[in-house]
Design a protein around this ligand. Structure first.
Ligand SMILES: Nc1nc2c(ncn2[C@@H]2O[C@H](COP(=O)(O)OP(=O)(O)OP(=O)(O)O)[C@@H](O)[C@H]2O)c(=O)[nH]1
Ligand SMILES: [Mg+2]
Length: 353
C-alpha cells in the first residue's frame, strides 16, 4: 500500500520495517541530508573541554578511521600519536565503540575517530555488533575526512568495498591506507610492486576513485607521516576553484562531444553552470561564516560543488554524472575530494551573461 501514501503529497515517504532493519539506512540518509555537519556545529567532548580551558576554539579536522576488524585502525592511530592510546589487540572486534583522540601537530588540531571494525551485515550476531556498524556509519557522517584502512596481507574484500561505498555515499573526502606493508614487503619484489599494488587496489575500489592511496605499516611506523602530506594536498585541492567562463566552456563542450541519453523522448540540456563560492555540503549550511575567499579557513575540506542549471534534473543518469565529473577532474583533479554536482531546473529563456 506504500504507493497510496504518495498521493498524500508529502515530499518524501519512506517505507520501513524496524523489525527486519529494512529501509532504515534510507531514513538515516534522508535525515542526514537535512542536517548540518555535527562536527562543525557541535563541539565534541574533547573540543568542549579545550574551549572551557579558555584556549581559542579553532577549526579541527575530524578524521574517521574506518575498516574491517583487525586491519590495524587503532594501531595506525597509536603510531600517529606515538602512545598506547587506542586499544590494540589481535582479536578482531577490539574497538567496540568509537573513540575520539585529539592530536596536535604543527599547531593544528586533529580529532581521530577510532571506529569499531565493520563486519558483514549478514554475519552480525550480537547487538553490540549491530551498534558497531551504526557507529561506523555515524563516524563517517561526522568526519571531515575518512581514512579507509585495508589489510594488505588479505587484499580488498567485499566488506572493504562496502565500507568504501559508505564513504562514497556520504560524499566525504577520502584516503585509502593499505596497511601491514611490513608483512608483505618480503613476499613481493620491492619497488616495482608498490605501484602494482596501488593499481590493483584502485581497480577494486574504483567507485572511490577520487581517494588518495597510501601504503603504510602501523607497526614499524613506515609512511604513517605521509598521511598528513595527503591531508595537506586535499586541503590545497579543496581551495581550488574553476572560473565560471572556463567551466561553462568545457561543460558545454562535454555535452556536445557526448550528448546525454534520451529519457522518454527528452534530453538533458545544460543552460548554465557555476561553482558556488562556499561550495560543499558542510559549508553550505554555514556559508554566513565564510563571506569571502580570504576569510576561508585554511583547514576547510569542503568538497567542490557545481550547480548546473538544466531543463529537467531528472534526466541525468549515474553514467552521465560520472562522465561530467571526469570532465571536471580533467580541468581540476581535486585529489581526495568527491565532486558534488547539483542540478537545478531553470527555464531556457533566463540566461544572464
Ligand atoms: N605486522 C603488522 N601488524 C599490524 C600492523 N597494523 C596492525 N597490526 C596488528 O594487527 C592486529 C590488529 O590491530 P588493531 O589496531 O587492533 O586493529 P583494528 O583495525 O583497530 O581492529 P578492531 O578494533 O578490532 O576493528 C594487532 O595484532 C596489530 O598488532 C602492521 O602494519 N603490521
Ligand atoms: Mg581497534
Amino acid at each position: 500500500m506504500a504507493a497510496e501514501f504518495d498521493s498524500l503529497g508529502f515530499e518524501k515517504v519512506i517505507s520501513l520495517s524496524a523489525e527486519h532493519n529494512r529501509g532504515i539506512s534510507e531514513l538515516l540518509d534522508a535525515i542526514e541530508r537535512r542536517l548540518p555537519s555535527p562536527v562543525k556545529e557541535y563541539p565534541t567532548v574533547v573540543r568542549r573541554s579545550l574551549g572551557e580551558s579558555g584556549s581559542k576554539v579553532e577549526q579541527r579536522i575530524a578524521i574517521a578511521i574506518v575498516g574491517r576488524p583487525n586491519v590495524g585502525k587503532s594501531s595506525l592511530i597509536n603510531s600517529i600519536v606515538r602512545g598506547e592510546r587506542a586499544i590494540v589487540s589481535e582479536l578482531p572486534g577490539t574497538t567496540r565503540d568509537a573513540i575520539d583522540i585529539t592530536y596536535e601537530r604543527d599547531g593544528r588540531q586533529f580529532v581521530f575517530i577510532d571506529t569499531a571494525g565493520i563486519r558483514r551485515r549478514g554475519k552480525v550476531s550480537s547487538s553490540a555488533e549491530v551498534f558497531s556498524v551504526m557507529r561506523a556509519e555515524r563516524s563517517i557522517r561526522r568526519a571531515d575526512l575518512c581514512v579507509l584502512v585495508i589489510d594488505l596481507t588479505i587484499g580488498v574484500t567485499a566488506q572493504d568495498k562496502r565500507i568504501g561505498g559508505l564513504i562514497q555515499k556520504a560524499r566525504k573526502p577520502a584516503i585509502v591506507v593499505l596497511n601491514k606493508w611490513d608483512l608483505i614487503r618480503s613476499r613481493r619484489g620491492e619497488r616495482q610492486s608498490v605501484r602494482k599494488i596501488i593499481e590493483e587496489t584502485c581497480s577494486r575500489i574504483f567507485f572511490l576513485n577520487y581517494a588518495q592511496v597510501l601504503i603504510t605499516s602501523a607497526s614499524t611506523g613506515e609512511n604513517v607521516d605521509r598521511l598528513f602530506a595527503s591531508i595537506q594536498k586535499i586541503e590545497h585541492a579543496a581551495r581550488k576553484r574553476i572560473g565560471t567562463g572556463v567551466l561553462n566552456r568545457f561543460l558545454h563542450q562535454a555535452f556536445e562531444a557526448n550528448p546525454p541519453p534520451l529519457v522518454k523522448g527528452k534530453r538533458l540540456k545544460l543552460f548554465y553552470a557555476t561553482q558556488p563560492r562556499n561550495g560543499g555540503l558542510q559549508s553550505a549550511e554555514a556559508s554566513h561564516q565564510k563571506p569571502s575567499d580570504s576569510d576561508m579557513h585554511p583547514t576547510d575540506l569542503a568538497p567542490p560543488e557545481f550547480v548546473l542549471f538544466v531543463n529537467d534534473p531528472s534526466l541525468i543518469n549515474e553514467t552521465y554524472r560520472r562522465y561530467l565529473e571526469s570532465r571536471i577532474r580533467n580541468a581540476e583533479p581535486y585529489p581526495g575530494l568527491p565532486i558534488l554536482l547539483t542540478l537545478r531546473r531553470r527555464a531556457p529563456t533566463v540566461r544572464s551573461f
